[in-house]
Design a protein around this ligand. Structure first.
Ligand SMILES: Nc1ncnc2c1ncn2[C@@H]1O[C@H](COP(=O)(O)OP(=O)(O)O)[C@@H](O)[C@H]1O
Ligand SMILES: [Mg+2]
Length: 227
């Protein structure tokens, strides 16, 4: 392994959809993108530019029409479903604009979920989830259900859940889009701190110009292309 090999690297990514009235819609039109291990990158661009689609392709939630996605040199496009399921559950973590927490479970149980799915022993899962919840400032809310938490707290639980399996790469799609400015700033700060402490690489789609300015690298998408 050479030091210069990117953590994740996408080449020539296109994504077409067939639309009833518009015909063929080219959502991604040949995107090249690479990230080194340890980087935090902001992904910005107008609504409809293709940011979410690119994030989904990088995270293997969606297949590109053409192009390649390599993670540490391993080709993921066309890889078998078992391998991709493993990649999605242990190598990459997702945070979306909506938290998608399970309403009937506590913060602790929600954060443990990806570990239990991976058959980590319950005691160990509890310990890991408790620690990461404490780290995101929710040590005093472990037993609260999502409905008993504020929007910012819910998003912190979602972040803890994404981080519990210790992914190499966090893909965050407008994680603070539903939050007020102050809470959003606190979550952004947390992302940067977690990156520094845990070394988790992070690609974050954001409309927040203050955050995008703060980060060392900002990638802009326009009309299905990285510009
Ligand atoms: N399943 C789909 N079928 C057809 N068009 C889609 C589909 N998903 C996304 N699009 C279109 O792709 C474009 C880019 O979407 P998206 O990646 O969500 O943009 P962004 O996240 O930058 O706002 C939009 O114009 C959207 O309407
Ligand atoms: Mg989007």
């Amino acid at each position: 392994m050479t030091e210069t090999r990117p953590l994740i690297e996408a080449h020539g990514i296109t994504k077409d959809y067939w639309h009833e009235s518009k015909g063929l819609v080219q959502v991604l039109r040949g995107v090249d993108f690479a990230m080194q291990a340890g980087e935090v990158v902001a992904l910005v661009g107008k609504s409809g530019a293709g940011k979410s689609t690119l994030l989904h392709v990088l995270g293997t939630l969606d297949e590109p029409t053409t192009g390649t996605v390599c993670f540490e040199g391993e080709e993921l496009v066309g890889a078998d479903e078992l391998r991709l399921a493993d990649f999605r559950s242990s190598t990459v973590g997702f945070v979306f604009q909506s938290h998608y927490l399970l309403p009937e479970f506590s913060a602790l149980e929600n954060a443990m979920m990806p570990l239990l799915v991976r058959r980590v022993h319950r005691d160990e899962a509890t310990e890991v989830a408790r620690k990461i919840l404490e780290r995101v400032g929710l040590g005093h809310r472990l037993d609260h259900k999502p409905s008993e938490l504020s929007g910012g707290e819910q998003q912190r639980v979602a972040l803890a859940r994404a981080l519990a399996p210790r992914p190499r790469l966090l893909l965050a799609d407008e994680p603070t889009g539903n939050l007020d400015a102050k809470t959003a700033a606190a979550i952004h700060e947390l992302l940067v701190e977690l990156n520094r402490e845990l070394g988790i690489s992070c690609l974050v789609v954001t409309h927040n110009e203050a955050l995008a300015r703060e980060l060392p690298r900002c990638v802009e998408m326009r009309d299905g292309l990285v510009v």
